[in-house]
Write a protein that binds this ligand. Sequence first.
Ligand code: CA
Ligand code: CA
Length: 89
Amino acid sequence: MNKSFGMLLVLMMVACTLVIPHAHAAPKGPGDVDGNGVVDIQDIVLATTSYRSVTGGPNWNPNADLNGDGRVDIFDLTTIIRYYGSHYA
Ligand SMILES: [Ca+2]
Ligand SMILES: [Ca+2]
């Protein structure tokens, strides 16, 4: 990864964090962190924002703890990736 691409990636993550509301609607299915019924990049960004958080921590998002173990980690991100592109009613 070259330096400018890395910088672009960081800027995109910051922009997404600012644009995407932090409301925590109930997930409509596995991997749907923001509860909009679709598993997409927004769910990955939200989970990334809460990455390494634990229950009650400052960045804690219970919807991002997909396996319910009290922490947001790589296992939760892999669940989002597994269900990426899923649509729920
Ligand atoms: Ca979603
Ligand atoms: Ca978890």
